[in-house]
Design a protein around this ligand. Structure first.
Ligand SMILES: CC(C)(COP(=O)(O)OP(=O)(O)OC[C@H]1O[C@@H](n2cnc3c(N)ncnc32)[C@H](O)[C@@H]1OP(=O)(O)O)[C@@H](O)C(=O)NCCC(=O)NCCS
Length: 179
């Protein structure tokens, strides 16, 4: 199966379920987080985020019949995201797709759902920070119409590519509200 065929099959095959992240999810979340970021969130960061009432979701496939041992199993964590609702802004704090499931359109589908949540909740803008070295994430956001609105100097701890701390690119997208 070519990459394009695989992509099509994967995209069409499962609806996504977004369930509130709970403490019981954290082992699975941390297994993905630890291999996905230069400076992964710790268990304490996630626990604090849940305690603070951030909107945290675990994303799993919605399938009638699980194919055990495959990714098409609703008990398998595909991705997660964490949002902080501020006044007039929904701040995306974390979005992570399981490494084997990237480049299949999941990140785009999750971002579309986040935009729907913002619209439903009458929040007119989504804002996020991203490392300038994170070409994949910047590519995703640009493709979806996010624009750079600023730089936060020395926002991130140093990465192997940078000697000192790394700036953050701040990106935002306006959300069309019902009226
Ligand atoms: C960033 C991330 C969420 C994207 O998820 P994804 O499911 O792979 O994204 P999609 O398949 O929907 O990709 C959509 C678009 O993003 C861009 N993109 C995604 N991954 C890319 C990569 N590695 N390099 C360049 N562009 C990329 C492309 O424009 C892509 O469109 P295309 O498939 O038509 O080329 C995922 O790579 C990830 O979890 N990365 C690790 C965690 C992370 O960096 N999170 C963001 C922190 S700000």
């Amino acid at each position: 199966m070519s990459k394009a065929q695989e992509h099509q099959a994967f995209e069409g095959i499962a609806a996504l379920s977004f369930l509130p992240m709970q403490a019981a999810d954290l082992n699975e979340v941390l297994a993905i987080e630890s291999v996905s970021h230069l400076h992964p969130w710790s268990r304490g960061n996630f626990t604090d985020s849940l305690a603070a009432g951030h909107w945290a979701y675990c994303i799993r496939p919605q399938v009638d019949q699980a194919i055990k041992g495959s990714y098409l199993d609703p008990t398998v964590l595909w991705a997660y995201c964490i949002l902080f609702p501020a006044v007039d802004e929904l701040h995306l704090l974390n979005i992570t797709v399981s490494s084997k499931l990237r480049k299949f359109g999941l990140g785009s589908r999750i971002m579309a759902s986040i935009e729907s949540v913002a619209a439903q909740q009458n929040i007119p803008r989504i804002i996020l920070e991203v490392r300038p070295s994170n070409a994949g994430a910047i590519g995703l956001y640009q493709k979806l119409g996010y624009e750079q609105i600023g730089i936060r100097k020395n926002y991130y701890p140093a990465s192997p590519e940078t000697s000192g701390r790394e700036d953050a690119v701040v990106m935002a997208k306006s959300i069309k509200l019902a009226s």
